[in-house]
Write a protein that binds this ligand. Structure first.
Ligand code: ZN
Length: 355
């Protein structure tokens, strides 16, 4: 079975799932009936998320929920295995509340807090919209659901089936990835298809990874450069969903197949699946970012992250890969100077991936 053909997504607030359609497609063709069933359920939930999103954007006056005092404000809800129609669910932890007994609640709360702190302390950004919007998360979405989503106004996390994936709150880079889709939608708002969509996915991966590296105070050499390593279950050989390095995150895995991400422009995917390869072709700029960070050494958020953050503010809804190349170079020149090591590292990295 195939997922529905590239739906016309509302590009202003695309619903973004962490698990790409090609993984769900592969799982839905498994010989194992249980794997097939959970994959199909996840695909149905993705379609439901898009429908919810479309309905919500049509509502007049829809806006981000402001937080009291316009500072860090988190709300975590439990949707108790309900679907999108039941969102957000029951409020179980608010800003400042003590820990819950439920690890998913605590991880959603602390992951949102770390992501907020990352943007605030490094870039002076006050939440996703820079106006202190409330960070809303719902946990226990669906039955053993193998996915996590950013719906355009909130995060929601499945529990995973316990075999291929475990609870989706467990990877801080997954939380940072989804919330960065919120930052993108409030800044350059890249259209979620083809190259602009791959750049949207790329920025979510870059800042998702940087949130984790920053929280762990990791140097570029210590960082694992993986997305979703902590949500992989015991029955898959995959080390993660994606990797920034030249390697593949998984190869000939019985459940997931082979990681399709290219790391060079000459291998760019040109088909229409996955909204024109948004989770596939993001591998090319991801690898370029990794090369910049490795060349500069130290901590990736300090220089490479700064160049990329400045770039995110300058891109537009229709930016393509060549605009990304140009804008990161401009940002490096503005921040560090034309002949700087940083400027040269950016130029070298893009050249290495085919630009
Ligand atoms: Zn995404």
């Amino acid at each position: 079975m195939k997922t529905e053909a590239s739906p016309t997504m509302n590009t202003h607030h695309a619903v973004c799932s962490i698990i790409p359609p090609y993984i769900l497609d592969h799982m839905s063709q498994s010989n194992d009936a249980k794997v097939r069933r959970v994959a199909i359920e996840a695909i149905e939930q993705s379609a439901a998320a898009r429908a919810v999103r479309r309905a919500m954007t049509m509502m007049a006056g829809f806006a981000a929920v402001p937080s009291p005092g316009a500072k860090r404000h988190r709300l975590v809800y439990d949707v108790e295995n309900g679907g999108f129609a039941q969102l957000p669910g029951t409020l179980v932890r608010s800003e400042g509340d003590p820990k819950s007994e439920d690890p998913a609640v605590n991880e959603a709360y602390s992951g949102a807090g770390t992501t907020y702190n990352f943007y605030k302390r490094l870039f002076g950004r006050n939440s996703l919209d820079d106006r202190g919007m409330t960070l809303i998360s719902s946990v226990h979405l669906g039955q053993k659901l193998n996915n996590a989503f950013w719906t355009g106004d909130q995060m929601c996390y499945g529990d995973g089936d316990g075999r291929i994936f475990i609870r989706f709150t467990k990877s801080l880079d997954v939380v940072g990835h989804e919330l960065t889709h919120g930052v993108v939608s409030h800044t350059c708002n890249l259209e979620y298809q083809n190259e602009s969509g791959a750049l949207n996915e790329h920025l979510a991966d870059v800042f998702g990874s940087l949130v984790k590296q920053w929280q762990r105070r990791q140097t570029v050499k210590k960082a694992n450069w993986l997305i979703g390593a902590d949500i992989m279950g015991p029955e898959t050989s995959a080390k993660s969903l994606r990797t920034f390095t030249e390697d593949k995150a998984y190869e000939n895995d019985a459940l997931l197949g082979t990681d399709p991400q290219p790391k060079h422009l000459k291998n760019k995917y040109k088909g229409t699946a996955d909204n024109g390869g948004v989770h596939i072709n993001s591998g090319i700029p991801n690898h370029a970012f990794y090369l910049v960070a490795m060349e500069l050494g130290g901590k990736a958020w300090e220089k490479a992250g700064r160049i990329w953050y400045k770039t995110m503010l300058k891109l537009t809804t229709t930016s393509q890969f060549t605009d990304m190349v140009e804008t990161t170079s401009e940002s490096a020149a503005t921040l560090y100077g034309n002949g700087s090591l940083e400027y040269k590292a950016v130029a070298m990295a893009w050249k290495a991936v085919g630009f």
